[in-house]
Design a protein around this ligand. Structure first.
Ligand code: C5P
Length: 436
């Protein structure tokens, strides 16, 4: 298994922002990628999330009090040889302390002792974020070489919709992987999303901070199909395809995190709806097709990730088919379902950028290239589904992406959320290039 953060020592600092609960997911994701995670929390963070939770998730003690937890002072020693420190979420208070060089708690002391790169992920009330004090503090940290992630826009704990949210853990993880696994300098992946910049009266100060982050999907409407479809034979029986829906849901969350408006059309799956997206539940391929058609207006990107059943019963029996009536076997006539992604790919008017998937067991490249052409797609993602560690039901996947010229990208085995963020980013960059 290709663990992208294998043996990397990461200090995860958690402060008292309401987004602290998301740090638990981030911690879990880092550990799953093979990182050795050492969590440090402020006392306010402990009021929101229990240190015991983070101890369980990271497998290491979580120090809070610089004197009482003196036996855990290894964290300060660790700061000297950590590969990366990530402060997520970073409250205005801790940002101010870091800018001033305070070391009055375990977290600020560890940060001050760090010699590695430090990523700061601000998460706070939008007015606190735009207060000149915070803006200047962030600028100070940036000037000293710290990497500041751009806060996301969305519903804040204070009840308004504005910027200040902590980016989703998958996005932070993706960023960390890029920092630790590439030769690109942090500056190389700096991106100031124009449409997420604050309103003009405060633009000048914030652009100077060159906040990090990505909003490559801003302004785009994305429709995604996910999960299987279920084709009923009678009130009790049905035929379906194997699909957990995890990849399509991860793509929806990633597209949303990258700033897109997302409509997710899902077959029957047991997954929570990612925050901030519109979800439409369907059962059969025909229902899925109708839901897609109803939502194509203004759609810039269509991603057909669903494992749509190719056939349905010609006739659905209204009563349970009795065994006694079919002692020698049962013949069911199946008819072809419409191909949803091909229907979209072949639209003559207002055709969105169309992306399909090819789940294969053999000769994958050949099948993927043929499907790309036959269905008139812009991109197709090939995944091999016979390996147990990837594909069906797994949290991981490996994808090879083809466009009409050949291989557009390869993503090694990795968490589906991380993979989804990279793939969506690639799609959105292509769409924007096409629109330019
Ligand atoms: O031809 P195959 O079913 O392998 O193609 C897979 C791709 O086509 C996937 O993107 C899947 O979502 C899409 N598809 C569809 N409608 C179907 C069958 C497949 O949208 N009826």
């Amino acid at each position: 298994m290709n663990l992208q953060l294998k043996n990397r020592k990461i200090i995860l600092g958690i402060t008292g922002s309401i987004a602290a609960y998301k740090a638990c997911t981030l911690c879990r994701m880092l550990v799953k990628q093979g990182a050795e995670v050492h969590v440090v929390m402020t006392s306010s963070a402990c009021k929101l999330v229990a240190p015991a939770t983070l101890e369980a998730l990271s497998g290491h003690p979580v120090p809070v009090d610089i004197f009482e937890d003196a036996d855990k002072i290894g964290h300060i020693a660790l700061a000297g040889n950590a590969d990366l420190a990530v402060i997520a979420p970073a409250s205005a208070n801790t940002i101010a302390k870091m800018a001033a060089g305070f070391a009055d708690n375990m977290l600020t002391a560890a940060v001050l002792a760090c010699t590695c790169k430090t990523v700061v992920v601000p998460a706070m009330n939008t007015h606190m974020l735009h207060n000149p004090a915070t803006v200047e503090n962030l600028e100070t940290l940036k000037r000293r070489g710290m990497l500041i992630m751009q806060p996301a826009t969305g519903d804040l704990a204070c009840g308004i919709n504005a910027d200040g949210r902590m980016p989703e853990p998958a996005e932070i993880l993706n960023y960390i992987i890029k920092i630790l696994n590439s030769d690109i300098s942090p500056e190389g992946i700096t991106y100031v999303p124009q449409d997420l910049l604050p309103t003009p009266k405060r633009t000048a100060m914030l652009t100077q901070t060159k906040l990090l982050g990505k909003a490559s999907g801003a302004g785009l409407k994305v429709v995604i199909t996910a999960g299987p479809t279920v084709e009923d034979l009678d009130p009790v029986r049905f035929i379906t395809n194997r699909s957990s829906g995890k990849m399509g849901f991860a793509l929806s969350a990633a597209a949303k995190a990258l700033g897109a408006q997302v409509v997710l059309i899902a077959g029957p799956v047991k997954l929570d709806t990612p925050e901030g997206i519109t979800r439409i539940d369907v059962r059969s391929a025909l229902e899925m097709l109708h839901a897609v058609e109803d939502n194509l207006k203004g759609c810039d990107v269509f991603i057909g990730c669903a494992a749509v059943a190719d056939y349905r019963a010609d006739h659905i029996e209204s009563q349970k088919i009795s065994k006694r009536d079919h002692r020698d076997g049962l013949t069911i006539k199946l008819v072809r379902n419409p191909d949803i992604v091909a229907t979209v790919g072949k639209l003559e008017n207002n055709r969105p950028f169309t992306v399909g998937f090819a789940a294969e067991t053999q000769n994958g490249e050949e099948h993927a290239r043929r499907k790309l052409a036959d269905k008139n797609l812009d991109l197709i993602a090939l995944n091999y589904v016979q390996h147990s560690n990837i594909g069906f039901d797994s949290d991981q996947n490996e994808l090879m992406i083809f466009d009409r010229d050949g291989i557009a990208a390869r993503y090694g085995v990795q968490d589906k959320n991380v993979l989804a963020a990279s793939f969506c980013d690639l799609i959105f960059e292509r769409v924007k290039k096409g629109q330019a």
